[in-house]
Design a protein around this ligand. Structure first.
Ligand code: 13P
Ligand code: SF4
Length: 302
């Protein structure tokens, strides 16, 4: 069997490439990545890397964000069909129609959106900084459109006391996690702390001890004296959690919380991407310029 990791190491040097991977990617991808993180961490890493080529192992909107922040670099996504169903739930023209109905409102978009949507927004946010962006960046806005995740908007609204004009978008993976799943996991592991992602439904986030982005979970668990955790997000994160905290115990809220799009990239596809310099993320110059404003505004608060 081919040892793809050796091939990837060789090609990375030849092409001056860096490999970025999201916390939900397959273990074999996380293990060869130069950086593993959440949407925010990956955006920051993409904006400051010295490498000429960024191999982005995540879903398409994440690779687009890397391209927007580093337009002069080559950004490769080893599997161009790795999309995000939530990001596909709103288009730029749908957002423009909503903005026409609320001309006074500022627009905040979750990073899980297409580049064309980011280009029409005032601010971008991730699950790690949404509250901060609303409190610091949008404190003077009379009203705020927050798209596309209705559940993230609901969570940030409870945290900040602000009401949002929302969109009925959601993540199918997190929305499938139920209150019953939490109750079952708590019964099985009564001493464990419950951590969930803010893309979960309100009845789920209300039952959690902590509501955190994926990187927030990694950080929290590392510094916690607790040694048992019920994890309410996509199960791919358990690989990193177990690797970083070998003495701690992790229980997924639901074994079925699997994002199929985050499992589409593997070592072979990364090696082929580097060999053939495919698939390159390309965006119109105008979209890059407009979308960069909303992302850079977000990065000021992080
Ligand atoms: P994070 O930014 O918390 O990693 O979340 C990204 C995502 O797609 C969650 O489903
Ligand atoms: Fe999109 Fe949900 Fe998959 Fe994250 S887990 S990439 S929000 S579908």
């Amino acid at each position: 069997m081919m040892d793809w990791s050796k091939e990837i190491e060789k090609l990375k040097k030849e092409k001056n490439a860096v490999i970025l991977a999201h916390n939900y990617e397959l273990p074999e991808v996380q293990d060869i990545a130069d950086f593993v993180g959440d949407s925010l961490g990956l955006s920051i890493e993409a904006s400051k890397t010295d490498a000429q080529v960024i191999v982005f192992c995540g879903v398409f909107f994440m690779a687009e964000t890397a391209k927007i922040l580093s337009p002069q670099k080559v950004v490769l996504i080893p599997e161009p069909e790795a999309g995000c169903p939530m990001a596909d739930m709103i288009s730029a023209s749908q957002l423009l129609d909503l903005q026409k109905r609320y001309p006074e409102a500022a627009t905040l978009c979750y990073v899980n959106t297409k580049a064309e949507v980011k280009a029409e927004c005032d601010f971008c946010c991730t699950s790690a900084n949404a509250t901060e962006v609303v409190e610091k960046g949008l404190s003077s806005a009379s009203s705020i459109i927050f798209v596309p995740d209705q559940y993230l908007a609901n969570y940030v609204s409870r945290k900040t006391g602000r009401e949002f004009i929302t969109w009925p978008g959601y993540c199918p993976v997190h929305a499938a996690i139920s209150e019953k799943d939490i109750e079952r996991a708590k019964k099985l592991h009564p001493h464990a702390e419950v951590l969930v992602h803010p893309e979960c439904r309100p009845e789920v986030t209300e039952k959690a001890d902590q509501v955190l982005s994926t990187e927030g979970m990694c950080r929290y668990i590392k510094s916690s004296p607790q040694d048992e955790f019920i994890v309410g997000t996509e199960v791919g994160i358990l690989h990193r959690l177990q690797k970083e905290n070998p003495a701690k115990h992790f229980y997924p809220v639901s074994e079925e919380a699997i994002c199929p799009d985050m499992k589409k990239i593997n070592q072979e596809k990364i090696a082929l991407a580097l060999q053939d310099m495919k698939y390159q993320v390309e965006l119109p110059e105008k979209i890059i310029q407009k979308a960069a404003r909303s992302i850079e505004r977000m990065l000021q608060f992080t």
